[in-house]
Design a protein around this ligand. Structure first.
Ligand SMILES: [Zn+2]
Ligand SMILES: [Zn+2]
Length: 736
């Protein structure tokens, strides 16, 4: 346990109870030696279990007799290089520190770098473990007398706070002063801000020219921007904040929380066409002071051009000013993104605040040291060690050379921090993923085996691991996403898999439909509509519907021959492309989207507008083909096109499609569970970010008596693949 103020807490508690002894971190955990009356020692253990410090996570307490010094209580230094020491994630500014920096009477009034044992930078300032000031970016800032006294005083909440500082001794602003930065935002300027894990670009979110300029620089036409507001009161003017959302916004992880947009509108360029807005509260005293007195939200987006990783320096950023400081950022971390599903937080981008906090290995799984290299999009890496899996922060898509460099830096840098010597590499089956190539090369260089893990098996295994499914248990996995490389060398993306950690059997799923134009199909939804309709109907049949006219305006002579497959039209059983096809049918994005998944998000937004309960369920056939239970879409498409002819609105069609797909999935899952004597279903893959689909399917499966596992702390999208790969590899490697 590191950087959570646990040792000082233990010292205070022991002093309160009149106990003597010592506390130290060793590789396996925290070791506390206590001398004193039995009743006081029992009270100590009870207090430890029932009211630990806010950032501490106690997995278990075991007691054994041993020798203890009989006088005083000492906090012993951490043992360096201990193999199982955890890497603490950054913690958002706590209520006490927030109060101090806003209080004119406090000695830290207006100080942007206040922190304590309950809050402050951790991972992003960490050079080496264990987490002690000398091994962080704070080593360059020797404590002043006042701070040193706080550090040493067991009664002070900054006792043993490794990052404590004040204006006299700590980091300071090096470019704009705080009041200049505030004035710049108010005047419609774009401000670069040095955040915890990288630079952000900020602008007044009600000032359209400022936000539009920021968007143009980022070369990001439509993907929504994150917003920051000084307090929840400001957020509630623009978005609905229920109790669960409030908890998520105020949590120590302080993520961006996706909230329904209601009330006063913001600048149109903030989130074009979105029904949800991503809000966060100030993450550091610096952000708290920057937004103080500002009665409206600001855009706070990572400072990088589309596709590049978050910037660590202000060089090359187009901003009117920089809120810079002299505390180095040692490790990159983007802001995390979460949504609420059924009143609980689901992490969509695991980054600052969450990563690299450890995840427990599921019970019964062999404890092997594995380096898992993840996928290609939303790339992360994972290490399994000490009965845990450490999942790196989200890095980005491995298309941009700078993102590949940042990813490599994370693999090597976090690996060195953890001090691991992995026994094997786990990689995605895909022959062209850069991450897989890196893993194979690493394994060859180190003489270690490579475990190849099929993409959708990794998704389901990640979900099982997060749910704590014991090794050996079988579940039915519903893996729905864009694309992944299949075990048979074709592209998959809508799979029903009978899974254990070690094995996946493809027992059902979506039929394969050609991706007309290969990769272009992910960005041009009409290509998927064309392919789906031509796979289901002849031109004669299609003549019944107005949609045929639009399709025939496309280059039919080129496209129709491609329906038989070929290098530019690989067949793919992709759920994501089915969403694209339906989006195109209702007229969304007639030419192209600006990022993969944009059409599916818009379609879900439409479905939320429609009346789900009143929506019909269209016919979908289930047929056994090559031993697999495969969906037939002909009935769905005929009903959908009929509905459009009858004047159904896009929202009504979107709602009916969601109900229909959910119904088909539930019927297939129920049948496969019965046939294979399974009790549990796991939902994973990027399509499960769709809350409407998630809720419909999870509720119906539970009504049928099945257990439903789904993602919470780990993203359902490719950001969770590395966790799945790590546990699959452990299962395949077997007991050491
Ligand atoms: Zn604090
Ligand atoms: Zn000081």
């Amino acid at each position: 346990m590191q950087g959570v103020g646990f040792r000082p807490f233990v010292a205070r508690l022991a002093a309160d109870l009149g106990l003597s002894g010592s506390v130290r971190n060793d590789g396996a955990g925290v070791r506390i030696a206590l001398a004193g009356p039995q009743a006081a020692r029992d009270a100590f253990v009870t207090a430890l279990r029932e009211r630990p410090p806010p950032l501490a996570r106690i997995e278990g307490v075991s007691r054994a007799p041993g020798p203890v010094a009989a006088a005083g209580f000492t906090i012993e230094a951490s043992a360096p290089g201990a193999a199982c020491t955890e890497v603490p994630p950054d913690a958002a500014v706590c209520a006490d520190c927030a109060r101090e920096v806003l209080d004119p009477a406090d000695r830290r009034f207006g100080y942007p770098f206040a922190s304590c044992t309950a809050c402050g930078p951790r991972y992003t300032v960490l050079a080496a473990l264990p987490f002690d000031r000398a091994r962080t970016a704070m080593a360059a800032f020797p404590l002043c007398g006042a701070c040193a006294a706080e550090y040493a005083d067991p009664a002070d909440r900054r006792c043993h706070a490794q990052t404590l500082a004040c204006a006299a001794c700590g980091p300071r602003l090096t470019a704009l002063e705080m009041d200049e930065a505030r004035a710049l935002l108010r005047a419609g300027g774009v401000l670069a801000v040095k955040g915890l894990g990288g630079f952000q670009l900020c602008a007044d979110a009600t000032n359209e020219p400022a936000v539009a300029r920021l968007r143009a620089w980022k070369r990001r036409p439509r993907r929504p921007f994150a917003l920051m507001a000084h307090d929840i009161g400001i957020i509630t003017r623009h978005a609905a904040v229920g109790p669960a959302a409030r908890g998520a916004l105020q949590s120590v992880e302080r993520p961006i929380v996706l909230l329904p947009a209601v009330g006063e509108p913001l600048a149109p360029s903030v989130a074009p066409g979105q029904r949800r807005l991503g809000f966060m509260l100030p993450t550091t005293p610096l952000h708290l002071l920057l937004t103080e007195g500002l009665d409206r939200p600001i855009v706070a987006t990572s400072a990088n051009r589309s596709g590049a990783p978050i910037a660590l320096t202000p060089d090359g950023l187009e901003a009117d000013g920089v809120l810079d400081h002299d505390r180095p950022i040692l490790r990159r971390a983007d802001d995390a993104v979460v949504q609420l599903v059924g009143g609980a937080v689901q992490v969509l981008r695991r980054a600052r605040g969450y990563a690299p906090g450890p995840l427990p290995l599921p019970p019964g799984l062999p404890r092997r040291a594995v380096l898992a290299l993840g996928g290609h999009l939303k790339a992360t890496v994972a290490w399994s060690r000490c009965g845990q899996v450490v999942l790196s922060p989200h890095i980005g898509d491995l298309d941009h050379p700078d993102t590949v460099a940042a990813w490599t830096e994370t693999v090597e840098g976090l690996g060195a921090l953890l001090g691991q010597d992995p026994e094997a590499a786990a990689v995605d089956l895909h022959p062209a993923y850069r991450s897989s190539a890196w893993g194979r090369r690493w394994a060859a260089d180190h003489g270690r085996p490579v475990v190849e893990v099929q993409h959708h098996h990794a998704h389901i295994a990640a979900c099982m691991a997060e749910a704590g499914v014991p090794a050996g248990q079988r579940v039915l996995g519903l893996a729905l996403d864009g694309l992944g490389y299949g075990a048979d060398g074709t592209l998959w993306g809508g799979e029903l898999l009978l899974c254990t950690y070690g094995r996946a059997e493809r027992v059902g799923g979506l039929p394969a439909v050609p991706l007309l134009g290969g990769d272009r199909a992910a960005l041009e939804p009409w290509r998927n509509l064309y392919a789906h309709l031509r796979a289901a109907f002849s031109w004669d049949e299609l003549g019944r519907w107005a949609v045929a006219e639009g399709l025939q305006a496309r280059p039919v002579a080129l496209l129709d021959p491609m329906m038989a497959g070929g290098p530019h039209a690989p067949p793919a059983s992709s759920a994501g492309r089915l969403f694209d096809a339906v989006a195109a049918a209702v007229g969304l994005f007639p030419e192209r989207v600006s990022y993969e998944g944009e059409a599916a998000i818009a379609l879900e937004g439409l479905a939320e507008e429609g009346d789900l309960r009143a929506a019909p369920v269209w016919p979908v056939s289930l047929e056994v083909r090559d031993g697999r239970l495969v969906f037939g879409w002909r009935g769905l498409w005929a009903a959908l096109l009929d509905a459009l002819e009858d004047g159904a609105t896009p929202a009504e069609v979107a709602a009916a499609f969601h109900r229909t797909l959910a119904d088909a999935l539930v019927r297939a899952a129920t049948r496969l569970c019965r046939a294979n004597d399974l009790r549990a279903v796991a939902l994973s893959g990027g399509c499960w970010q769709n809350r409407t689909l998630h809720t419909l399917v999870a509720d119906a499966l539970q009504e049928r008596g099945l257990i439903v596992h789904h993602h919470r702390a780990v993203p359902p999208n490719d950001g969770g693949l590395a966790l799945g790969q790590a546990v699959v590899a452990a299962a395949r490697l077997g007991a050491p």
